[in-house]
Design a protein around this ligand. Sequence first.
Ligand SMILES: [Zn+2]
Length: 267
Amino acid sequence: MYTDTEGIVLRQTKTIGGRRMITLLSPKYGKIGAGTSITEKGKGKTALALRPFTYGSYELFKSRDSYSINGAETKKNFYRIGEDVEKYMAAAYVLELTEKVTQENQKAQGIFNLLLDFLQTVEKRKSNFETLILAYQTNILKLTGTFPALSDCANCGKKIDDSVENILFSVKDGGIICENCSCFENNNDNSVKDALIYRIDSSIIKVLKYFSTHSIAALEKLALDEKIEKKLSSLIREYISYHLDVGDLKSEGFFREVKYGDYIRKD
Ligand SMILES: [Zn+2]
């Protein structure tokens, strides 16, 4: 069956016989792996539409369990992402994360819109890419139904005053927890570290709530305070790894290496 869809190219790999495999995120079909024999040499413009970070429209042939791409046209190429190595790595991380959290043949309009919003905003930005990554991750949690509880205890449902300066956030429970529930956890768990409990203050909660209710474009001129950014970054990384089972992401290590000059290994 012939069909077409718009999409964003997440990845391109070479396969045997000069063919390429394109991983595409489309609103209609979700994540798609599609083979193509279009080469860089043969059809210049079409080949450009098959490169990662491209937003384009794609002519597909869909057989029972595979897709192939017969034609492609670029709608927007975010070539300025390649101007800066830190910006490039931030965007590469977001593509890799997107690939991990999306499923084949499951509509992904929300994540598609979010990714397009991210690419458009990051392309124009000159620094503080991590703020946009955090906003992206926060919205991925929302769209995958794993967003943390931020008003009531994630364990017992008790209302928590989120304006106080010392709030406990439990990665495993999926959000903030009350004092009662945290005592219970610590008594039953030999190691507090294993329980993945963070002490956070109200600013972290405010940022998470703000990110989850605004588009990424709305954050164009916003950069988080460095201390909040670091704390939130480590909390979200643990949270995603626990709730979304994405495994280790190669590009995340590279991004941190470029940004901080070292490689933060996840234990
Ligand atoms: Zn509780």
